[in-house]
Design a protein. Structure first.
Length: 126
C-alpha cells in the first residue's frame, strides 16, 4: 500500500496527529489519513509491538487512537473531521483504561498481531 495524493476536486479535510498535520479526502477514515501521510503504526501493545491498521473493519482494535481527548477510538471506523485532534493511544492495549466495546475482540486482535509480528521477526532472522 502506498500513499496516494488527495484529489483536489474532492476537497480536503485537515486535522492533526500528535500535533503534526494530516489530511485526506472527505469521508475517508482517520486510519486512511494516517496511512496516506506515511504512518504505519500509531500505538503499542503491552509487549511493545507497534500496531496500526490491521483488519480495517473495526474488529481487531489494533488501530486504536485518542480523538479529541476520548481514548479507545477505532481509527478505521471514524471519518476524519476538520480540526480533529488525533493522538497515539496511551497505556496497555492502547487505551490507558478498561477496553470499550468488545474486549474479547481486542484481546484476540492483540494476540493475532503479536503472532504476525513474531512471524515477521522470525522471517527476518531477528
Amino acid at each position: 500500500m502506498s500513499a496516494q495524493p488527495i484529489d483536489p476536486a474532492q476537497g480536503e479535510v485537515r486535522a492533526t496527529f500528535e500535533g503534526e498535520p494530516i489530511s485526506c479526502s472527505p469521508g475517508a477514515s482517520v486510519a486512511a489519513a494516517l496511512i496516506a501521510t506515511g504512518k504505519r503504526g500509531w500505538r503499542e501493545t503491552k509487549s511493545g509491538a507497534t500496531r496500526g491498521l490491521f483488519c480495517g473493519i473495526g474488529v481487531c482494535f489494533d488501530c486504536l487512537v485518542e480523538i479529541d481527548g476520548e481514548s479507545g477510538q477505532r481509527s478505521c471506523m471514524i471519518p476524519l473531521r476538520e480540526g480533529m485532534d488525533v493522538r497515539q493511544a496511551k497505556g496497555p492495549g492502547g487505551t490507558g483504561e478498561e477496553p470499550r466495546g468488545d474486549a474479547r475482540g481486542q484481546e484476540l486482535g492483540n494476540a493475532l498481531g503479536d503472532a504476525v509480528s513474531d512471524a515477521r521477526d522470525e522471517e527476518a532472522g531477528e
